[in-house]
Design a protein around this ligand. Structure first.
Ligand code: SD4
Length: 319
């Protein structure tokens, strides 16, 4: 558990772990490893929660959130509400390396990506269209926005807090039955250089424009080579209010071991939202890692993946 280099990522996304590990082994940087790991999930559409063709919003569109952070320089690149581009983590890295900015959003982020040479494609698939049309049939209250949207069959609402709660429960059930979700990854090399990143298509049936925790620095992920790195998954609308990844890294800086740091970050959220759905993983600069989740009905165990020099293949861990 103490050996470097190290790759840790949320959920049993084994191919992503392997892709990141291979990248490190072949001389790539920790940033390359995080990018390759997350990109692997984007192409595989891990669990339908990462990449194209998943989590259609209220209009049926898939939009992506991603970020990458360099723990040596504290540079960050992120995109939110990205449309038409499959490789969200790649665009996040382009934001970091080719602009002076940190976060680009929406249509403008997509135009930036196109200018950087990323291919524009439709992110809708038969599967996401199906999820959307089933939802329209079951939950849509088209009259509510009749005056706002000329074609009521294409709008759904109103978006009530109650609906949000139900969605949270659905996310928890979904996690229980399939144990997969947003990818968050941290990577460390032998020199103690740390990076972290995330990629997700967010929350199904979200209000268009909704951005989750994944592209928010300190919420979805955080990395500082003088302390460690962390990344979170779960109900981003709630979790981003507590910057759990930042908190975990700061606790490790103060001497907490990674498991304790993750536990405290989860407890902090729990004080206000006892039944929130979420988990966090972190690693310190010596290669110790840990994880914690909020155990609620329907989500009693969180699985994550680890690769380090102790094993040739990625190992699944549970907490
Ligand atoms: C979000 N945190 O957009 C993401 C979703 C997720 O497990 O991680 N679900 O809120």
């Amino acid at each position: 558990q103490t050996s470097l280099p190290l790759v840790v990522n949320t959920w049993p996304f084994k191919n992503a772990t392997a892709a990141a590990w291979r990248t490190l082994q072949s001389g790539g940087s920790v940033l390359d490893a995080v990018e390759m790991g997350c990109a692997c999930c984007e192409m595989e559409q891990c669990d339908g929660s990462v990449g194209y063709g998943g989590s259609p919003d209220e209009y049926g569109e898939t939009t992506l959130d991603a970020m990458i952070m360099n723990g040596n320089t504290m540079e960050v690149g992120a995109v939110a509400d990205l449309r038409r581009i499959k490789n969200a983590i790649g665009v996040a890295r382009a934001v970091m390396e080719r602009t002076d900015h940190t976060l680009l959003v929406g249509e403008s982020a997509s135009v930036f990506a196109e200018n950087m040479g990323f291919i524009a494609e439709d992110l809708t698939t038969n599967k996401s269209l199906n999820i959307f049309t089933q939802w329209l049939k079951g939950n849509c209250q088209p009259n509510y926005r009749k005056n706002v949207f000329p074609d009521p069959s294409m709008s759904c609402g109103p978006y009530k807090p109650k609906a949000t709660l139900n969605q949270r429960k659905r996310v928890a059930q979904h996690a229980n039955t399939r144990s997969h979700d947003t990818i968050g990854m941290v990577a460390l090399d032998q020199n103690g250089h740390v990076a972290a990143g995330t990629s997700t298509n967010g929350l199904t049936h979200k209000v268009p424009g909704r951005v989750g925790d994944s592209p928010i620095v300190g919420a979805g992920a955080y990395a500082d080579s003088s302390a460690g790195a962390a990344t979170a998954t779960g109900d981003g609308d709630v979790m981003m209010r507590f910057l759990p990844s930042y908190l975990a890294v700061e606790l490790m800086r103060a001497g907490a071991d990674p498991s304790a740091a993750c536990k405290t970050a989860i407890s902090r959220i729990k004080r206000h939202y006892s039944d929130f759905f979420g988990a966090i993983i972190c690693a310190n600069t010596t290669g110790h890692f840990g994880a914690a989740c909020n155990k609620v009905p329907g989500f009693s165990q969180f699985h994550y993946m680890v690769s380090n020099s102790e094993s040739d293949t990625p190992l699944m861990k549970s907490v």
